[in-house]
Design a protein around this ligand. Structure first.
Ligand SMILES: Cc1cc2nc3c(=O)[nH]c(=O)nc-3n(C[C@H](O)[C@H](O)[C@H](O)COP(=O)(O)OP(=O)(O)OC[C@H]3O[C@@H](n4cnc5c(N)ncnc54)[C@H](O)[C@@H]3O)c2cc1C
Length: 443
């Protein structure tokens, strides 16, 4: 936001002036409807209202309470409870004048520019922002289903009852038991997430179930933050780092005589999942049969189902957009942000969704004012924990290059020679980021 705009908004608030509420028509008279009140949708709503309080903003959200997915693996290990993930929508309504309609969007009329709701109503819009997150494709795994995920083999990748179930399963796992995490194929929400989850489960087991085994079955041979994460696993859980990842590793890396808590079975070692044998609690993989006491399958994913129903997705299952404005390449006046969109080199992270929301809000303010939107730039930082006091990060800045969102060459990973203090601080920054990021999106 320009300083001038910020000051005029701050002045209006100081003088007790009410922001125009959802029902009032502002100077531009524009109405933006936002489908989804998660990271992308909430940020877009807040920043549209901050950038131009004359724009009316309505969020359509199917759940009355939002459970944040970021930081949700910490529920599984009991660092926080499920209720700590809950986010209150009151500030968006009372501080920024965003109108909420708690209903499920079921389709739209692109000619009449109306979003249809399950309850029978429809909402007219000048521009529609769609940020529905992801859907999990349980049925793409032979032998698996949503019903099985809810009852016995939770994914816990969209927080809720499956997250609690996985927590309970970890607690009641027999001593010396096996906890298997199946990482999904690309592209997926939160690329460092399955490996961070493996680390947090290993840390929990170190205290409560030291003979346990954490298997990470992977359809890949490498992953984002792999070297720094493996270094953490080596130091904390006795993981033996494969030779190809040993370049530039510091001198304290050890080769352990006995395999530690974590075993990473990558694609070349047969880690790709073929099917689930629910009856005998086993996984068929390319490398053979794996039995486990707890099975956490994170299935393949696509854009949230509504994006598909609205004709916003292509053959990849995600939504192609024009990166200048995030306008859909398939439906005019509809903008798709967050995990549902194809954002080239940007990962499917909350940080990215928040940035895309701000770029989209800026573009809409310009479009409503008859201005050409300026060239955008984006950034992303993913923090990940190898232990509750062992923090890692990867940070990048992106710009448009040949029409694609492209990372500046200087992507920063936490260096392998980070000092113990820097590593400890990484974990502190992760916790601080979590709080300030949530405030930036929702409060
Ligand atoms: C374990 C884990 C750890 C993570 N850690 C991090 C991290 O450290 N850093 C980070 O940046 N990101 C992290 N993420 C990723 C981050 O949470 C997501 O990228 C982010 O939430 C995406 O935002 P979104 O707006 O696209 O989707 P969401 O936040 O999922 O919001 C989508 C919203 O749309 C609503 N909705 C869907 N369909 C409809 C409909 N038809 N009608 C009405 N409402 C609808 C949903 O109810 C939901 O509220 C993590 C994710 C996981 C699973």
């Amino acid at each position: 936001m320009k300083r001038r705009e910020f000051l005029s908004l701050a002045g209006a608030l100081a003088a007790g002036t009410m922001l125009p509420l959802g029902g009032a028509r502002g100077a531009t008279g524009a109405h933006v409807v936002i489908l989804g009140g998660g990271v992308g949708g909430a940020t877009a709503a807040k920043y549209l209202r901050l950038m131009d309080p004359a724009i009316r903003v309505t969020i359509v959200e199917k759940e009355r309470r939002y459970l944040r997915p970021y930081g949700s693996s910490e529920v599984i290990t009991g660092h926080v409870g499920l209720s700590d993930l809950e986010i209150d929508y009151t500030p968006l309504q009372s501080k920024y004048g965003v109108t909420f309609v708690f209903d499920e969007a079921v389709g739209f009329d692109p000619i009449a520019q109306r979003l249809a709701l399950k309850g029978g109503e429809s909402l007219s819009y000048d521009r529609l922002i769609v940020s529905p997150g992801i859907q999990l494709l349980y049925d793409q795994i032979e032998g698996h289903s949503e019903a099985l995920a809810k009852a016995r083999f939770p994914a816990a990748w969209i927080p809720g009852s499956q997250t609690q179930l996985l927590r309970n399963q970890l607690e009641s796992m027999p001593q010396g038991g096996t906890f298997a995490i199946v990482a999904p194929p690309n592209p997926f929400r939160c690329p460092p997430g399955p490996y961070e989850r493996g680390a947090l489960v290993a840390e929990w087991c170190q205290r409560h179930n030291p003979r346990a085994k954490i298997l990470i079955l992977d359809p890949r041979n490498s992953f984002v933050t792999d070297q720094s994460m493996m270094l953490g696993w080596n130091r904390l859980y006795g993981f033996n780092i494969p030779l190809e990842f040993m370049a530039d590793m510091p001198d304290d890396v050890q080769t352990h005589a006995n395999p530690g808590l974590i075993e990473w079975i990558r694609q070349q070692d047969g880690g790709t999942l073929i099917s689930l044998d629910a009856g005998s609690k086993a996984l068929e993989t390319e490398g053979g049969r794996v039995s486990a006491d707890v099975i956490n399958i994170i299935p393949p994913m696509r854009a949230g189902a509504i994006a598909e129903a609205m004709g916003l997705t292509d053959a990849s299952g995600f939504c192609p957009i024009d990166p200048m404005t995030f306008e859909s390449r398939l439906q005019p006046k509809v903008h798709v942000i967050g995990d549902a969109c194809i954002a080239d080199q940007m990962p499917k992270s909350g940080y990215a969704a928040n940035n895309q929301a701000k770029v989209t809000a800026r573009a809409l303010v310009d479009l409503f004012a008859g201005r050409e939107p300026g060239p955008p730039s984006w950034q992303n930082t993913c923090y990940a924990l190898a232990g509750s006091e062992y923090g890692l990060f990867v940070a990048a800045v992106y710009r448009l290059q040949d029409g694609r969102i492209t990372a500046h060459p200087g992507v920063r990973f936490q260096s392998l020679d980070a000092t113990p203090a820097q590593i400890r601080l990484g974990a502190v920054y992760q916790q601080n980021w979590l709080a300030s990021f949530t405030e930036d999106c929702f409060a």
